[in-house]
Ligand binder design. Sequence first.
Ligand code: MD6
Ligand code: FE
Length: 219
Amino acid sequence: MTSDLFETVGDIGPSRETMAEGAVLLRSFARPFEAELIPALRAIVKRAPFRHLITPGGHRMSVAMTNCGRVGWVSDPSGYRYDAVDPESGQPWPEMPPVLRQLAADAAAEAGFSNFAPEACLINRYVPGAKLSLHQDKDELDFAAPIVSVSLGLSAIFLFGGLKRNDPTRRYRLAHGDVAVWGGPSRLFYHGVAPLAEGEHGLLGRQRINLTFRRVLMA
Ligand code: MD6
Ligand code: FE
């Protein structure tokens, strides 16, 4: 996809930024997919609505979540896990639509990870004030594959640390269409999202949607 198809005044188009070894930010990479992507997400959320999960510590998460793909990430008082069944409906999670698979595989390839075939896509919804505390993504069995993270709607401040919880964090503004691909030496780095600021996005309104594509099982 050439950049002139979606460049507009004030939009510099795609560009690449390195966050750490193995972690790269592909600015605006998802923009060419959005016309297909957003209706696909609306269809998923109809079948598997956003819900606020309870952490093992008993807290209700401010971020609302759902999933598509063979397995979905869930949290309840008994712990975190990947489950093939949506606990709300008792049904399998909606299938991962081809446009989501393609976006994830293309972004991974652009970042140097070929043949990325995600099994799970966790879909996070933030409204102003919602945040995600510093955490590691370590519930997967396969740390060789990267995670591909797509930001849509309102911009957020992404906090990116190191291998230890109290390592210093750097801040990145993730805007609509930005894609982070994250693997290799930084796969287990602590990260989080600062409380979302008030705002209104032209396409998605008063919210931020984040998709994280993961390989869960061993290859
Ligand atoms: C978010 N993202 O951006 C939350 N995890 O809303 C994550 O927790 C995340 O963006 C692993 C890799 C990339 C991510
Ligand atoms: Fe994460």
